[in-house]
Ligand binder design. Structure first.
Ligand code: SF4
Ligand code: SF4
Length: 390
């Protein structure tokens, strides 16, 4: 009962109360929502919103872009605002924007501004292709995770879009120039870019940003593919390669490269240690047309017909929470990291504190990486992996 009252009071804060206060207040509020979830409610505090069915890339490791014809179902601006209000009232304080490609939305500035002014910590996962053009729209974005799968323009081949590498490098430079958003690279490893981990870590160091690695997995494509026909089936890592993947990341981490993964997470992957997944208590995944899906991409709930509150009280939600705890299936380093943080593992928290600097760029930092085609083609020659299928 006490908690209900507290949440209700927090929801009464007028959005504009946040406008003239420091960011630290929003971060503290987000931390508070995590602790409330951890200690009392066990409900998600991060709204993970796939903002559109559309994407301007054709990545070889993903099939999401096949949903483009469904873009007409994307929520309108006002509907997103309403959803953010509802999520805030339900105690959520993080807003994670992804897609598809969130930057293809014309209203991305309005939505990011609204979310921040409401009191959310704002995070975006983007393919980076439109960052250079839209950096100024993102003045209220706290964290940008930018996908980059190779250290030269072979990235264009993997991402199925010409000039992606240059666009991403210039986009990150532009975003850092504005100086508000904290930027990190995200690299998905498959057989297409196997063995690029060290070079990617070096590139992140050169650029002065953090980097996170994941192995390719099935994408949410609303029935376009099955686990047999997903790209993961063709270009995914087998169990031996996966172990090598984690071992390599641990080596890089210990050598001091700016990996966002902590030592504890990587060591436990290398040692095959079982773990308790808290993902459903942290993130709520909502599709562009306001449907809730579970982490394994099974359908969960229609938020057009019901509310966050109703879903969090439902049997479906609690059985999802329960089954996740012993799931152990995830190969994603981030999910394990989030779960350790939520579990308040001391070594994880210590590791996170040590790497906080990776997520907080200095405004005056510039990106020293050359994105010119000449340099890229020099870098490219002799470095194209021979596992490429295209
Ligand atoms: S991985 Fe991202 S950028 Fe690439 S096709 Fe899928 S949704 Fe688009
Ligand atoms: S470990 Fe299982 S329950 Fe947790 S996020 Fe991964 S697939 Fe979902």
């Amino acid at each position: 009962m006490t908690q209900t009252v507290q949440i209700h009071n927090a929801a009464n804060v007028h959005p504009h109360d946040y406008e003239n206060t420091g960011d630290w207040k929003r971060y503290l509020d987000a931390l508070n929502s995590m602790l409330k979830s951890r200690l009392f409610t066990h409900r998600p505090f991060f709204l993970a919103h796939a903002m559109t069915f559309g994407c301007n890339s054709r990545c070889k490791t993903c099939t999401y872009w096949k949903n483009i014809p469904r873009m007409k179902e994307d929520m309108k601006t006002e509907d997103v605002f309403n959803m953010l209000d509802e999520a805030y009232d339900a105690g959520m304080r993080g807003y994670y924007m992804f897609g598809g490609e969130p930057l293809i939305r014309q209203d991305i500035a309005k939505i990011t501004d609204y979310a921040k002014n409401k009191g959310f910590v704002t995070v975006m996962n983007t393919n980076g292709s439109l960052l250079e053009k839209k950096a100024r729209d993102l003045k209220n974005l706290d964290f940008a995770f930018v996908s980059l799968d190779y250290y030269n323009d072979y990235d264009d081949v993997i991402r199925g879009r010409p000039n992606t590498f240059g666009e991403v490098i210039r986009g990150i430079y532009e975003l850092k120039k504005i100086g508000r958003t904290k930027v990190a690279l995200v690299t998905t490893i498959s057989s297409l870019n196997w063995n690029s981990m060290r070079r990617m870590a070096e590139l992140a160091s050169e650029m002065g940003v953090g980097i996170s690695f994941n192995s390719v997995e099935q994408s949410l494509d609303f029935g376009q593919t099955t686990s047999e026909t997903t790209p993961n089936f063709d270009v995914g890592l087998d169990s031996e390669k996966l172990k090598e993947f984690y071992r390599t990341l641990l080596e890089l981490k210990r050598e001091g490269f700016p990996l966002l993964e902590t030592d504890e997470v990587l060591e436990d992957f290398v040692n095959g240690k079982p773990w308790k997944c808290h993902f459903p208590k942290m993130f709520l995944y909502v599709t562009p047309n306001k449907q809730v899906y579970n982490c394994d991409y099974t359908y969960a709930y229609d938020l057009k017909k019901g509310s966050f509150e109703q879903y969090f009280r439902s049997e479906g939600f609690w059985s999802y929470v329960k089954s996740a705890e012993s799931c152990n299936k995830c190969v994603r380093t981030c999910v394990r990291g989030y779960s350790y943080t939520y579990g308040l593992f001391p070594r994880q928290l210590w590791g996170l504190a040590g790497q906080a600097r990776l997520l907080f760029n200095k405004p005056e930092e510039s990106c020293s990486v050359d994105d010119s085609p000449a340099r890229n083609s020099n870098r490219l020659s002799g470095t194209r992996p021979n596992t490429v299928r295209h």
